[in-house]
Design a protein around this ligand. Structure first.
Ligand SMILES: *[C@@H]1O[C@H](CO)[C@@H](O)[C@H](O)[C@H]1NC(C)=O
Ligand SMILES: *[C@@H]1O[C@H](CO)[C@@H](O)[C@H](O)[C@H]1NC(C)=O
Ligand SMILES: *[C@@H]1O[C@H](CO)[C@@H](O)[C@H](O)[C@H]1NC(C)=O
Ligand SMILES: *[C@@H]1O[C@H](CO)[C@@H](O)[C@H](O)[C@H]1NC(C)=O
Length: 384
């Protein structure tokens, strides 16, 4: 069957039209700027966005809590390292984790390994800033668990934390951190229940579990690496102003209705903080935002991650402040799964191209070359 002259003309018109559109698009992309979501999908996006449940999730922490400073460690005094064993059965050096932490030499430049035998340790653990270079070695994220059950309403936000790490160079391997406070209703205040807060610099977590609901993991400040971890929660459950790489982690959503995975708190565009999720999976139940802007320059990037159909299509929310559209940085790169469709995201988020993604694809994002090796060395050479 040959092509009629009318069809041929139509084809040419269509081709011409497409070329013109392409040229217009190209000429409007400022060089060096990141690609924006095309106009054509924005109306769909509005429809989808209006379907999602409004921002009925509560405020995060009060300002006082958030502005509390994390100190670095002072200069060395006793420069020694130890190996401690914590065992509830009494066969180790200590029966509680905090007792072992208390015995760690202050300000040491050498690493102390605290091996923690299987068990559920019902205690609160604080590692003060003068106890750097501690490694906690457990027997599995579901086997060695430190747990607490105080929520913010009971003891104030500070009291809701199970494990607080204010020291630099902290490492945890095969550990579980849990906060058992009951899950809050959407909109309910004062029910934050932090399983772990980390504000020391250069911290690494390998094969660790973080269990809670609202505000599970307070990634407060500093450079952090989370490898093959399991992180569970409902609302803002990975939050703070840390500069962190989450690699190969399972993000497990347990929202009853809606929630948000991240609430990243970068406050200035020139700050280098932000969360990068690389090769992670997002599963669970409920409907969640990938993130909501806690800080004015909130920065979160999902790289090559699998997203199940629990992501609110618009993806990101401004927390009621549209000025963050210009200052936040929310992006994905080569993600997959039914919840990963980047074309339906808010127009102020990005799908990265190869060049723009480069800065988020390896340990350089957290200056890892200079310190990750040290955490691994001790992980691999544990005394038997
Ligand atoms: C936090 O601080 C900002 C600016 O200083 C203020 O507008 C806001 O009301 C404070 N929020 C709370 C919960 O105190
Ligand atoms: C502490 O020990 C480490 C390793 O032996 C050494 O490199 C460092 O110089 C020591 N620091 C001080 C202050 O003695
Ligand atoms: C720990 O438990 C969770 C379920 O609570 C499970 O999904 C995860 O795979 C477990 N991790 C390991 C290493 O067994
Ligand atoms: C974002 O910046 C543009 C250009 O500077 C400005 O016109 C617009 O009003 C800003 N949007 C918001 C929500 O602040």
């Amino acid at each position: 069957m040959g092509m009629g002259p009318l069809r041929l003309i139509c084809l040419w018109v269509v081709l011409l039209f497409a070329t013109v559109i392409l040229l217009v698009v190209i000429s409007h992309s400022p060089s060096g700027a990141l690609p924006r979501i095309p106009r054509s999908v924005r109306s769909d996006l509005k429809k989808l966005a209006s379907k999602t449940i409004p921002n009925n999730i509560p405020q995060i922490f009060s300002n006082e809590t958030y502005s509390r400073p994390c100190q670095g460690s002072p200069t060395s005094s006793k420069n020694t390292s130890y190996f401690f064993r914590v065992d509830q059965s009494g066969r180790g050096d200590f029966v509680s984790v905090q007792a072992a932490v208390n015995a760690v030499p202050e300000n040491s430049e050498q690493r102390t390994i605290i091996e923690i035998k299987a068990g559920v340790y019902e205690e609160r653990v604080v590692i003060p800033s003068n106890k750097p270079h501690i490694t906690m070695q457990g027997e599995g994220m579901n086997v060695t668990i430190i747990t607490g059950n105080d929520n913010a309403a009971k003891r104030g936000n500070e009291g809701s934390v199970t494990v607080a790490i204010y020291a630099d160079h902290f490492t945890a391997v095969d550990m579980g951190f849990k906060n058992l406070a009951p899950m809050p209703e959407p909109g309910e205040l004062g029910k934050q229940a932090v399983a772990l807060v980390i504000c020391g610099d250069k911290a690494a977590f390998y094969d660790c579990g973080f269990y809670g609901a609202q505000d599970t993991l307070f990634d407060y400040a500093g450079r952090h690496y989370f490898k093959n971890c399991f992180i569970e929660g409902s609302i803002d459950f990975i939050f703070g102003d840390g500069r962190s790489l989450y690699e190969g982690c399972e993000i497990h959503v347990i929202a009853e209705t809606t929630g948000s995975i991240t609430a990243q708190a970068r406050s200035k565009p020139e700050d280098r903080s932000g969360f990068v999720f690389m090769d992670c999976t997002i599963m669970g139940h409920g409907l969640v935002w990938l993130g909501r802007a806690w800080g004015t320059s909130s920065r979160v990037v999902f790289v090559r991650s699998y997203m199940d159909d629990i992501i609110i299509p618009a993806g990101w929310t401004d927390f009621g402040d549209s000025t963050v559209h210009n200052t936040s940085f929310y992006a994905q790169y080569k993600c997959s799964g039914p919840g990963a469709e980047s074309a339906v995201r808010v127009p102020w988020s990005y799908e990265l191209n190869d060049d723009d993604a480069k800065q988020f694809l390896d340990l350089d994002f957290i200056d890892g070359a200079s310190w990750i090796h040290a955490t691994r060395k001790f992980v691999d050479n544990l005394p038997s």
